[in-house]
Design a protein around this ligand. Structure first.
Ligand code: UDP
Length: 342
């Protein structure tokens, strides 16, 4: 019989791609999402959808009464790093509180496998070497620390309650489903690749390069862009080992690309020039952030199917070209509270 997976935040960017891949691989999928930042249209038609705020204890209990879950993938969280610097207590309170409520429900329902959408933002970004799982943890924002706190909660949930967990620390999630029916639609958009594509398509005047005097080969910041379908694949790859043990992995390709390289890749894929402006550094940015993904490769054989920047940009371009309005017109102000990663 097919396993049933609860995907919280399954209407968000990474969550919707994970839900789609789970459906494609034959899992039963239940998506729980409050739609504060996610999109109903991003949820696969074959998945069941429950509109739920994880702070709603009764709703959560009802969800676990209505379904028997074999595993949980937890994507729903407040995700904006910059906003977390203005309202730290909300970010920390919501992200840890929702995780605790979800874990309590999981424990009561005897669900023993839990996959956490975690982040590279929990590491000390100093230095330019690829970051492995042993790298020092030093979150630079309440957002990054809230994810680390959830990782610590999961440690105790494993040790005392026997809930096995996978903490997957993403580097820069990018790209879209190869079919082009789902993709990245953040409001407001802050991520580089969609912004560059929007500039190429004439939807923005230009892309501003945040700093061109970094100690990197071309002076612009270097990041490890990892395809969202590869992230989705990693979430599924950990489900089996989670029967026996908890794991934590850094998820990236191991290769970094500069802002200028991203712009060039978009120009090549789109066949048009991207208007560019040079601007000051963005506060909080670090020169280089690249994963060392050796552990998940060695232990689970996971490697990216979309290892190159070009493949990532091609799928993102397809989504943006097919969906110039993303998932549709702007949402009402009521529903625009930031809430879901990534
Ligand atoms: N960036 C930029 N212009 C933009 C958006 C981002 O130059 O309009 C840069 C940003 O400074 C960083 C990189 O692109 O070095 C990736 O930024 P993004 O916000 O996509 O991800 P982050 O690495 O901050 O998680």
């Amino acid at each position: 019989m097919a396993e049933t997976v609860l995907v919280t935040g399954g209407a968000g960017y990474v969550g919707s791609h994970a839900a789609a891949l789970l459906v494609e691989r034959g899992y039963e999928v239940v998506v729980a999402d409050d739609l504060s930042t996610g999109h109903r249209a991003a949820v696969p038609p074959a998945a069941r959808f429950v509109r739920l705020d994880l702070a709603d204890q009764e709703g959560l209990q009802g969800l676990f009464r209505a379904h028997r879950f074999d595993a949980i993938m937890h994507f729903a969280a407040l995700s904006l790093v910059g906003e977390s610097m203005k309202d730290p207590l909300r970010w920390i309170g919501d992200n840890t509180g929702n995780a605790v409520r979800l874990l309590r429900a999981a424990h009561e329902a005897r669900v023993g496998r839990f996959v956490l959408s975690s982040t590279a933002a929990l590491f000390d970004p100093a230095g330019d070497r690829p970051i492995d799982e042993q790298a020092p943890v030093e979150p630079q924002s309440p957002y990054g620390d809230s994810k680390f706190m959830v990782e610590r909660i999961l440690y105790w949930a494993d040790r005392i309650l026997g809930i096995r967990s996978a903490c997957l620390r993403y580097f820069n999630a990018a790209g879209a489903h190869p079919v082009g029916h789902i993709g990245e639609d953040h409001r407001p958009e802050t991520h580089l690749i969609p912004i560059v594509i929007e500039a190429a398509l004439g939807k923005r005047k230009a892309v501003t390069v945040f700093g061109s005097d970094y100690a990197t080969p071309d002076g612009t910041c270097v990041r490890d862009y990892v395809h969202v379908m590869d992230l989705a694949d990693a979430h599924i790859a950990v489900l089996d080992p989670l029967r026996h043990r908890s794991v934590r992995y850094n998820l990236g390709t191991g290769s970094g690309h500069s802002v200028r390289e991203v712009i060039r890749a978009v120009e090549e894929v789109g066949g048009r020039k991207v208007p560019v402006e040079l601007g000051p550094r963005r506060p909080g940015d670090t020169a280089t952030l690249v994963a060392d993904p050796a552990a998940i490769r060695r232990e689970l054989g996971w490697t990216p199917h979309y290892p190159g920047l070009r493949a990532i940009v091609e799928t993102a371009w397809r989504w943006h070209e097919k969906h110039p309005e993303g998932y549709g017109p702007p949402k009402s102000p009521d529903s625009s509270r930031p809430a879901i990663r990534p």
